[in-house]
Design a protein around this ligand. Structure first.
Ligand code: HEM
Length: 180
């Protein structure tokens, strides 16, 4: 299991990045400035009755929950000694941390069926990760951290599987089989 940092230890970073801990989701910022009125799956169903099909994003609790998930994911990734060396420069730079947080939010929001999630990345994920010696096991560790961040935010197991499935293709785009 990855080594975990406490929210207390990371509180200054979280405040600096405009994010929030899972315990205070009302303070969560999102890249497009949107906030969710759908903190629970049940509320998601009833809050937007005419807004089209219920998406995976709705079912995990909407943007507010996803925002808290991304905050937790960064805490977990930065503390995960299987992969955190890749993120050393990011962790030390609040601007880069905020940019990564926003990019992950946009990616997960759009992959889970969200609309108007924020500006899409200008580079593909393959390009972004091309120079990094990422092994398949590194991606598995990252995905495990995504799963943990969802669990911490009370997303149930079946929905966790669906979120992971929505980004599973990234492994083939960024992992190098030659790296062990
Ligand atoms: C499914 C797995 C992954 C997804 C969905 C993902 C997604 C992303 C996204 C969206 C960005 C920002 C790209 C941009 O803004 O243009 C990013 C950047 C980055 N990713 Fe990944 N990533 C994954 C796995 C990994 C792994 C396994 C590593 C290393 C072990 C890694 C290391 C990095 C680093 C170092 C950056 C740059 C951060 C910075 O700009 O400071 N990623 N990733």
């Amino acid at each position: 299991m990855p080594r975990r940092l406490t929210a207390f230890a990371l509180a200054p970073w979280i405040v600096a990045c405009g994010g929030a801990t899972a315990a205070s989701p009302s303070a969560v910022g999102e890249p497009n400035g949107a906030t969710s009125a759908s903190p629970t799956p049940a509320a998601a169903d009833s809050a937007h009755p005419a807004a089209g099909p219920v998406t995976l994003l709705d079912r995990i609790g909407g943007r507010r929950v996803l925002s808290a998930v991304v905050d937790e994911l960064l805490v977990d990734v930065f503390a995960d000694n299987r992969i955190n060396k890749f993120f050393e420069g990011t962790r030390r730079d609040a601007t880069r941390t905020k940019a990564l947080r926003d990019s992950l939010f946009v990616l997960l929001c759009s992959r889970t069926g969200g609309a108007d999630c924020g500006p899409a990345a200008t580079r593909s994920l393959a390009e972004t990760h091309a120079s990094m010696p990422i092994a398949p096991a590194h991606v598995d560790a990252f995905l495990e951290d995504v799963r943990i961040a969802l669990a911490v935010n009370h997303v149930d197991g079946a929905l966790r599987d669906e979120v992971i499935a929505s980004i599973a293709d990234v492994k083939a785009q960024i992992a190098k089989e030659s790296v062990k």
